[in-house]
Design a binder for this molecule. Structure first.
Ligand SMILES: [Zn+2]
Length: 97
């Protein structure tokens, strides 16, 4: 077991959107219902934040598949699952105490 210490995260208040802000926007983002400006912010964050990028990538794929089968909104259970998944990822990425 190797333990890597995360010295500092690039995600900060000065870097634009934070992980928490992304979480709040994620529903709209995956629905394609976000302002272009917000969307850009989102992309900027993802470019710096690997955990978020991985998660969002997965989400996108899931949604694409989902939409191909049935053009309807994401089920509530999926959203909840998604959120807890994101939180877990972010928690892990901040684990360097
Ligand atoms: Zn993030």
């Amino acid at each position: 077991m190797t333990r890597k210490r995360v010295k500092e995260t690039t995600i900060g208040s000065k870097q634009g959107a934070s992980c928490n802000e992304l979480l709040a926007l994620l529903n709209e983002y995956v629905d394609g219902d976000v302002d272009p400006a917000v969307c850009k912010e989102f992309e900027n964050h993802l470019a710096k934040c690997n955990p978020c990028r991985v998660v969002v990538d997965n989400v996108r794929q899931t949604i694409t598949l989902y939409r191909q089968n049935e053009p309807c909104k994401l089920p509530e259970t999926f959203r909840k699952k998604l959120h807890s998944c994101l939180r877990k990822h972010w928690k892990k990425s901040k684990a360097g105490k």
